[in-house]
Write a protein that binds this ligand. Sequence first.
Ligand code: CDP
Length: 234
Amino acid sequence: MTQPKLNRPDGIIIALDGPAGSGKSSTARAVAERLGYRHLDSGAFYRALTWAALRANIPADEWTALTPEQLDALDVHGAPEGRSYTLTVSGWDVSDAIRTPEVNAHVSRMAAVPAVREWLMDALREAGARGGLVADGRDIGTVVFPDAELKAYLVAAPEERARRRLREQGCGDPSAENVRAEARRLLGRDEIDAGRPVAPLAEAADAVRIDTTALSFEAQVEAVVRLARERAGG
Ligand code: CDP
């Protein structure tokens, strides 16, 4: 099937979606590097809003009532820098702060709020205005960039995802018990992400599914780069 050529001066848009810990962000970053594209980690925006709301002591059970004005007041911004976006809250770089277990535990509640998703949409779409973008998240291929030239849906077995996440957090060789506990947390988040009424985690009908359970990191990056080159026309 040939896709209509869209007017994107900097290249195609690549949407990478999938459940927590499937390797979307690290793959997206490496693919962007290989292609000379920019990387948009949409989850980082939801994480920064979560961090800012926690810091502002807004109770999580009031997040569903957040207004656009209150969201503005959280002072969260994503600014393009090099090949990615730097997230700030009140001018502070929160790149590390948004990866804590506390943010992990709350972010899916923030992301389920329709007003929050709507508030972020313009900023996310703006990032793709010129193309040349690899964006990762839960609804990139279904809602944010439904006309992306390449959509990939990354999946991996829950325990493998848990192992990767624990290693990323600095646990060199996690015990079987730690892996099981982390897998339960990831599956809990997937359940909220897939069950919410607005922009749920879902595989786009025209996505290419890539199971990364048994793939090396280099192999999964290569798989996406190869597809991207085909879709971009060489
Ligand atoms: O890296 P990981 O897959 O654990 O999560 P993330 O990509 O940083 O996203 C954190 C959370 O933000 C997800 O669990 C979703 O609840 C939410 N999210 C979303 O709803 N829509 C997106 N496009 C990206 C993230």
